[in-house]
Design a protein. Structure first.
Length: 456
């Protein structure tokens, strides 16, 4: 059958407040053209992020009621730990309140000023946490993958040549770890192949550098390996996941993505001394090691959600829904990053709004226009997020000007997706009328969260 159906029944609903274009125009002005400042009640379809916005299952809600809130060594922690260890295979597991907390602890302990951290592509919080330590995040994607219109099955792969070249010319004492993000969020939600993970691991071992994986969309990445790498087509998702992580020395995880919960994360390692340092900082800033800033009920929900995320029927539905959205947009000439990724559609705002220069933030302009015309909130993944001013006072820009339509898990139905398609096509057909934006105020780190903009 060609029709995509949700592999679940809806048990509870949340009302959506409808508003008008005139109302949304005032909201945009009052929020200084920053969609992070718009109230959730003023959004019709919220595609800002897939982080913490999914709908939990009846089993997860039952787990919430079953949570053991003991301060130390609760049953919920033991359940959570057993599930994480069973899936990912790491020796030491620390719960945290979300992914960026794991990143902060890891980089605080491993990085020092002047260090370099190579990755396929660092996402915004990862990059900011590395920079905060005085270290330098470096992205190593093959140049051919940067073309949003090119078709490769694993455009999230790290360039082995660029990695080798970097390590050969660097002081290895200044490279505390190598990271791979799966799927590659900043690169368009594109997957990383098993072959690439193995090759990066081999290089890391060759130079005696630990390899860590940003694991927040591990199940989606495993699904792409299953359908795009012939060797693994008959493997279960769980078996693929276990093999992926067997090549890593540790991972950071935002459980708000592929564990389908509203809060939570964890930090894993196989290194006892690193774990001891991580644990000490966790106690200081997050909480005791068996709750890490989370309630017992959250640990229960994570444990259940991690297994639900690997369900093949769920993954088929999720990936095909994203693919459906992408195909409909392409059919109507809307330029998107190809091929479609796992958790989002990325519109190429540079091509969509070719008349707006990069210094007028075409990605942010398009995101605001989609909110104005349809009440759709989405996220700019371009020069507002990844641009800035360098140490010499010179403005720099992102490689691509993208707008991410991130799909919350199990939250919206087919008709919601069709509505999104209609709005995007409408904006595309009237794109010549759209004007640019400029920054009125910004912060040093993660400026896209708090920046104030105005019309050019």
């Amino acid at each position: 059958m060609k029709t995509i159906i949700e592999p679940f029944r809806i048990k509870s609903v949340e009302p959506i407040k409808m508003n008008s274009i005139e109302e949304r125009k005032k909201i945009l002005i009052n929020s200084h053209f920053n969609l992070f400042q718009v109230k959730a009640q003023d959004v019709i379809i919220d595609l800002l992020t897939d982080s913490g916005t999914g709908a939990m299952s009846s089993k997860q809600w039952a787990g919430i009621m079953n949570g053991d809130e003991s301060y130390a060594g609760s049953d919920s922690y033991l359940f959570f730990k057993d599930v994480v260890q069973d899936i990912f295979g790491f020796k030491y597991i620390l719960p945290t309140h979300q992914g960026r907390a794991s990143e902060r602890i890891l980089f605080s302990n491993l990085c020092k000023e002047g260090d370099i951290v190579p990755s396929n592509t660092h996402f915004d919080t990862t990059r900011a946490n590395i920079l905060f330590q005085g270290a330098k995040p470096i992205d190593l994607i093959d140049d051919e993958y940067k073309d949003t219109q090119s078709i490769f099955p694993f455009k999230g792969n790290m360039s082995i040549k660029k990695l080798e070249d970097l390590l050969k010319k660097s002081d290895l004492t200044k490279i505390p770890l190598i990271m791979i993000t799966i799927t590659n969020n900043s690169g368009g939600g594109q997957p990383v192949s098993m072959d690439n993970i193995i090759k990066v691991s081999n290089v890391a071992k060759k130079y005696n550098i630990p390899l860590y994986i940003d694991a927040c969309r591990f199940a989606e990445n495993a699904y792409f390996i299953k359908i795009r790498e012939k060797k693994y087509k008959n493997w279960s998702i769980k078996k693929i996941v276990r093999k992926m992580f067997s090549y890593a020395d540790g991972c950071t995880m935002s459980a708000k993505k592929d564990a389908i919960v509203n809060i939570g994360g964890f930090l894993c390692t196989n290194n006892e001394s690193v774990n001891e340092k991580n644990q000490n900082l966790l106690i200081l800033t997050e909480g005791f090691p068996t709750y890490g800033g989370l309630a017992g009920r959250d640990l229960e929900a994570i444990g259940i959600g991690l297994n639900e995320a690997m369900d093949i029927d769920y993954l088929n539905y999720r990936i095909k829904s994203i693919e459906y959205l992408g195909k409909k947009l392409l059919k109507n000439d809307v330029p998107i990053l190809q091929p479609t990724g796992g958790h989002a559609i990325y519109i190429d705002a540079g091509l969509f709004l070719s008349h707006i220069p990069r210094n007028q933030f075409p990605g942010q302009v398009l995101a605001c226009e989609l909110y104005l015309k349809g009440g759709i909130r989405c996220s700019e993944i371009g020069s507002l997020m990844f641009g800035g001013i360098d140490d010499n006072g010179k403005e720099f820009y992102a490689n691509n000007e993208l707008v991410r339509l991130a799909m919350p898990r199990r939250t919206y139905t087919q008709s919601h997706i069709d509505y999104v398609i209609e709005v995007v096509i409408n904006v595309y057909n009237n794109r010549k009328e759209i004007e640019g934006l400029k920054i009125a105020k910004q912060s040093k780190y993660l400026r896209h969260f708090t920046a104030k903009l105005k019309k050019v």
